[in-house]
Design a protein around this ligand. Structure first.
Ligand code: PGA
Length: 250
C-alpha cells in the first residue's frame, strides 16, 4: 500500500497532427492545473518539439513511445535516448504490445531499451501483458513474469527507477477492460516479483492499461497496486483524459 502520486500517461500511438495536437495539449494543460497526480503524454517523435513548447510552464511531462537500445550510430530510422533528452523527454514506453507484435520486439530487446533509457535519465515505462490465448490457456502469470524478469535481469541495480505497465493485450483498443479484481491480481503479482529484486518495490509505479476510460478509471485506480494508467484512445480526447486525471487525483 503506497502513498506515491499516481501517474496518468497518455499514449497517442500513431495519431496526431500539428493543429489537433495544439488544441489537445492546450486543453489538457488548462484542465490539469489542480491535478494531484502526475500527468504525461507519450507522443510520436516528430511532435516532441511541438509538445515540449506547448507544455512549457506547466506540470505536464513529455514521453516517447519507444527508444533505441543504442545511443548513436548507423541505425536508420531509430531515435536514441540522448536525442529524446534534448527535447525534455521524461518517460519512454518500452515493450508496448504493439511493438512486440508488429515489430518483433523480444523480452531481451525490451530490457535493453529500458537500460538505454535509464542510462540517459529517461524513465522507461516497461509494458507487460498476456494475449487472450495466453489468458485462456492459464498462462497469464507465466507470461507477465517472464516479460518483467527480463527487464529486472538487465536493470536490477536500478529497477526501483522504472515504471511498469500491465496491459492485457486483449483489452488494448478493444473496449474490453480487465475487471478491477483481475487487474489487481496481476499487479500484486508484479509487485511481489519486484520486491524480490529491490527493497523499494513499493516505490515502483505499476500502471494499468487497456481500454481505460473516463467511466472505468476510478474503480481500477482504487486498487491497492494500481498506481496509475497508460491511456491510449481516451488520451486523444481532452475531456475524457481530464476525467481520468481527476480520478487519478483522488
Ligand atoms: P487503449 O490503449 O487505452 O486504447 O486500449 C492503451 C495502450 O495501448 O497503451
Amino acid at each position: 500500500m503506497t502513498q506515491k502520486r499516481k501517474l496518468i500517461a497518455g499514449n497517442w500511438k500513431m495519431n496526431g497532427a500539428l493543429q489537433a495536437n495544439d488544441a489537445l495539449v492546450r486543453a489538457v494543460v488548462a484542465g490539469m492545473q489542480d491535478a494531484a497526480c502526475e500527468v504525461a503524454v507519450c507522443v510520436p517523435a516528430p511532435y516532441l518539439a511541438q509538445v515540449q513548447m506547448l507544455k512549457s510552464g506547466s506540470k505536464l511531462e513529455l514521453g516517447a513511445q519507444d527508444v533505441s537500445q543504442h545511443a548513436s550510430g548507423a541505425y536508420t530510422g531509430e531515435v536514441s535516448a540522448p536525442m529524446l533528452r534534448e527535447f525534455g523527454v521524461r518517460y519512454a514506453i518500452v515493450g508496448h504490445s504493439e511493438r512486440r507484435q508488429y515489430h518483433g520486439e523480444t523480452d531481451a530487446l525490451v530490457a535493453e531499451k529500458a537500460r538505454a533509457a535509464l542510462a540517459h535519465g529517461i524513465t522507461p515505462i516497461a509494458c507487460v501483458g498476456e494475449t487472450l490465448a495466453e489468458r485462456e490457456a492459464g498462462q497469464t502469470e507465466e507470461v507477465v513474469k517472464r516479460q518483467l524478469a527480463a527487464v529486472i535481469h538487465v536493470n536490477g541495480h536500478c529497477i526501483s527507477e522504472i515504471v511498469v505497465a500491465y496491459e492485457p493485450v486483449w483489452a488494448i483498443g478493444t473496449g474490453r477492460t480487465a475487471t478491477p479484481e483481475q487487474a489487481q491480481q496481476v499487479h500484486a503479482l508484479l509487485r511481489k516479483q519486484l520486491a524480490a529484486a529491490t527493497a523499494q518495490a513499493d516505490r515502483v509505479r505499476i500502471l494499468h492499461g487497456g481500454s481505460m476510460n473516463a467511466a472505468n478509471a476510478a474503480s481500477l485506480l482504487a486498487q491497492p497496486d494500481i498506481d496509475g494508467g497508460l491511456i491510449g484512445g481516451a488520451s486523444l480526447k481532452a475531456p475524457d483524459f481530464l476525467q481520468i486525471i481527476a480520478a487519478g487525483s483522488r
